[in-house]
Design a protein around this ligand. Structure first.
Ligand code: PIR
Ligand code: CA
Length: 322
């Protein structure tokens, strides 16, 4: 008798995002990967206003050919701090580079009437314990609200794999990464709750650069989703070049999805991580204690590196499948 190797069941995720050029890539990766099942998509104000990022999520879903996904709009502003200043210099006025509403209409999906935090709670409580992974790629407001709304989700989710934070330099400030810096109190809640949290931070995402060769590989796929992604990435690259002096822009958010698809892509190191809330210069910094040995139980893990070639293969394979 021959045994065929059993393929692992797809990882079931809720993607909480603020699209955003790289969030758009994360949506396409999650939608196209056979190893991920999207249970819901929720939005949070960050790269653009809540209205714009929610519209963008629906626009990207249309290109991905997804019509039956629960999508809910989430927090319009951080828990405590003032409303977020969007990042149009990097993500464009619409949030998807120069891509207009006329060029790319929204998917025919009615928004779920529940606030994002409620949808997250409902999905996690409905599904079997230990089966749902939360993948936040924007400020952590919705996730923190969900944990406060229904504390039982903390022991019920499989894990949280988030794009945010950094062990070394920041991007919003010298020390703080944009998603954490914009709602540090929410990030504090997420890092302090005793669930497993994997931080896919800038140290890692700065390695995943969408250079011209990669963008050409994506364009060469030749399908509509590939064309959309290459358009978005060209605008994103140009903005990063003008505003940050990067020759190739880091594609942050899909790295978190990639970590869920195949953790062997990522160099992971257990490390206590805490969010600075009252620094004179460092508010929003994720202070990761990378000293060895790690003392006692550690529920937080820092992602330090990524296998870039395999990451792009995953991304391109997912786009091809859409
Ligand atoms: C990226 C982001 C915000 C500002 C800049 N300059 C670059 C967004 C990305 O969508 C990602 O989730 C995270 N925040 C990276 O800091
Ligand atoms: Ca984002």
């Amino acid at each position: 008798m021959t045994t065929t190797p059993q393929k692992a069941a797809p990882r079931r995720i809720i993607l909480d995002c603020d699209p955003g050029c790289d969030d758009a890539a994360a949506i396409l990766l999650a939608a196209g990967s056979p190893d991920v099942e999207l249970l819901a998509l929720t939005t949070v104000a960050g790269n653009q206003t809540i209205e714009k990022v929610t519209s963008n999520a629906l626009r990207v879903l249309r290109v991905a050919g997804i019509t039956d996904l629960p999508v809910a709009m989430g927090a319009r502003r951080p828990l405590i701090r003032p409303a977020i200043e969007a990042a149009p210099e990097i993500h464009g006025e619409t949030g998807l580079g120069g891509l207009t509403q006329e060029e790319l209409p929204e998917a025919d999906i009615a928004l779920d009437p529940r606030p994002a935090a409620q949808l997250i709670v409902d999905v996690v409580m409905r599904e079997p314990a230990g089966t749902v992974t939360l993948v936040p790629t924007g400020p952590l407001t919705n996730i923190a609200l969900a944990a406060r709304l229904e504390p039982r989700i903390v022991s019920r989710v499989k894990e949280v794999v988030l794009m945010g934070g950094a062990c070394r330099e920041g991007n919003a400030t010298a020390c703080a990464e944009f998603n954490v810096e914009n709602d540090p109190e929410a990030a504090h809640i997420v890092f302090e709750e005793p669930w497993k949290v994997t931080m896919i931070g800038l140290d890692l995402t700065y390695q995943a650069r969408a250079n011209a060769a990669v963008r050409e590989r994506i364009r060469a796929v030749g399908t509509k989703p590939a064309e959309l992604l290459s358009r978005i990435l060209d605008d994103y690259a140009e903005n990063y070049r003008v505003w940050r002096g990067f020759d190739a822009p880091p594609l942050h958010d899909p790295c978190a999805v990639a970590c869920v698809i195949d953790p062997t892509l990522i160099t992971l190191r257990p490390a206590p991580i805490h969010v600075e809330l009252k620094g004179a210069l460092t508010t929003g910094m994720t202070v990761a204690d990378l000293r060895r040995p790690v003392k006692g139980e550690c529920h937080t893990i820092a992602g330090l590196g990524i296998d870039v070639d395999r990451f792009w293969d995953l991304m391109i394979d997912a786009v091809k499948r859409l």
